[in-house]
Design a protein around this ligand. Sequence first.
Ligand code: 8YV
Length: 333
Amino acid sequence: MSHKVLITAHIFDEGGPEAGEVLTDAGLEIVYPEVPRPWGEDELVECLVGVSGVVAAPNTFTDAVFARSPEVKVVSRWGVGYDTIDVEAATHHGVVVATTPGTLHDSVADLVFGLMLSVARNLSLSDRQVRQGTWNYRTGQLVWGKRLGIVGLGTIGKAVARRARGFNMDVVACDVVHAEQVAGELGVRYVSLDELLSTADFVTLHANLTEDSVGMIDEAALRRMKSTACLINAGRGALVDQPALVKALQDGAIAGAGLDVFEEEPLPKGHPLTQLDNCVLTPHCGSFSIETIRVVSRLAALNVAQVLSGERCPCALNPEVYDSPALRAPLRE
Ligand code: 8YV
């Protein structure tokens, strides 16, 4: 009997048939969720009945979900963020958790520049007005030559820094670890978060969402920013205290925001952010370029195929699971 692989990442098939073929060529059967969203724990567990592997959207995989879904052997995140997965619990239950590292930074970095330019020059507001017949000039500001502050100089942060050179930007960054050599090659200078916030014209967030970083851009942080500055967030919504951001945008404490991610997704209809002209909102689509979808889907599928064929998965976040007697998909020696 072939193993079933559940696809909850709705974008998986959009890059063409190749990613699905990685699974079917490995003798796996692709299935799609039949339970309507939104999914709490019970709904997700229901979707996982009879399922051995998952190509996963940011669904919440808790200890209880792993315990109640004993057939699941591998969860492969379509993407790089795994803040919705309890990896320690997965290891305890013998489940391999994998992501698709190094696949989506260019797509997200492109979107960051799109948001930055759009906020700086009021592009989406102008577009709405022109469509409504209003020919209204809005004064914007330059991106060229400005100071860019990158919070989190990981793979995506570095891709943003590379683009910033073409805009003659002065790039500063802060991070918990310093990669001085790479930063030097990219012309990036490490500064404290305080200095970054108080001097940057554009602040872009690329830190992982952890217990330490949740709400890091709070009211005090927003107050430290220049009143002419713009905040860009294509990382995780919960890095920002959203009510505080709404207030900062309403009061003019900062000039604008470009947001691809939110505390609650989808952003509820009529949310205060949707009433503000000085922010640009997109639906968590940073990695949704056709080239990137192809690469991410393929790697996400490969992770599942490897685990279910008894191979070691190089993208496993918890390789220690291979030494555990609880391992649900034994290695083929
Ligand atoms: C994904 C992301 O597109 O990789 C991530 O962590 O946030 C995005 O790039 C998103 O999670 C949809 O699956």
